[in-house]
Design a protein around this ligand. Sequence first.
Ligand code: DI6
Ligand code: FE
Length: 409
Amino acid sequence: MAGTFDLLVTGAHLATMTGGAPYGAIRDGALGIVGDRIAWVGAERDLPRDVAAHRLLHVPGAWATPGLIDCHTHLVYAGSRADEFEARLTGATYADIARAGGGINATVRATRAAGDEALVEASRPRLAALAAEGVTTVEIKSGYGLDTRTECRMLRVARRLAAEAGVDVRTTLLAAHAVPPEFAGRPDDYVDVVCRETIPEAAGAGLADAVDAFCETVGFDAAQTRRVFAVARVHGLPVKLHADQLSDGGGAALAAEFGALSADHLEYANDAGVAAMARSGTVAVLLPGAYYALGENRVPPIGTLRARGVPMAVATDCNPGTSPATSLLLMLNMACTLFRLTPEESLQGVTRHAARALGLADRGTLARGQRADVALWDIASPAELAYRIGGNPCRGIVRAGREWNGSTR
Ligand code: DI6
Ligand code: FE
């Protein structure tokens, strides 16, 4: 007796991402959903005969994947940095611009000046663009407030936006993103504030699901990052780290030392750091949009990550400075073309491995008991998701068991 499904999806091929066959594929599959959970997955011909469903979603020829997960974004901010894009194209480097008071601090000025409504308005289209491409879970970082009040405000706006868009959100406190102007030349004093005030306040208000830091020559050094992580630990918050993006600062090993959920970027990560990540189960989050937009030529150590079995996630890094990207599908393409991931690895990177980078065990695959987050695609094979450059083949979305019919586009 199979009982009654609230929603039954038929006619689609399933990329379950559960292992076994490439993409965990089940041709001519069916998905039974009860409430917000997947209750049955398999070939349609194996559906129990007595099965009933309140609603049928018949999508002949479509492919179904887990709802996509963008596990690294900074999508809440005000303003634009197109001027820096122009400056970089005539020779200025990202670090030059940051040292001259631009870069992250330019966005900090705009974000502090914007009211909540303006911040919501500015950020809404970016989240909508991700959601239209089948993203059902998004991580959003603070880091453009750099004072306790604005950092908390960013996290509140992130939660509000996601609730409004029907996307599940994980918020990450990134108060240690840059040294704010009022602390110029006194990074340790700013870290004191982050540790004594910002983390406790965000944690106390339940606004943050994790804590992140930018460990870099233009950000915070290893000792400062350790202080931030130690306080995160006191408050029971898991950590993530912007690690080894522009230089080898030992970030991968530092992240692993704290059992970080993920270490992100990793272009300059060394072998010992990757080995430590493998031991600690830290996910490598690859951000090809930032690599591309900065015109970098050093790719993350993909071969070593692969050889050591470190799960690789892929994300947009949506931010105004180094990755003004709102297409996770484009990142799949870039992860393959620029970093030589296989299309299957890149899809794992925005499904099961992205879930792990957020510490979420309840999503990222199409399997019984998982959250019923499903994206439906007009494609002939799953590799097409990484193959295309532009265009959006998403034809429908199921979020927590509820059907969205493309009206999000
Ligand atoms: N690394 C990045 O690529 C972004 N933040 C970070 O820590 C850049 C953010 C920005 O330039 O606004
Ligand atoms: Fe980032």
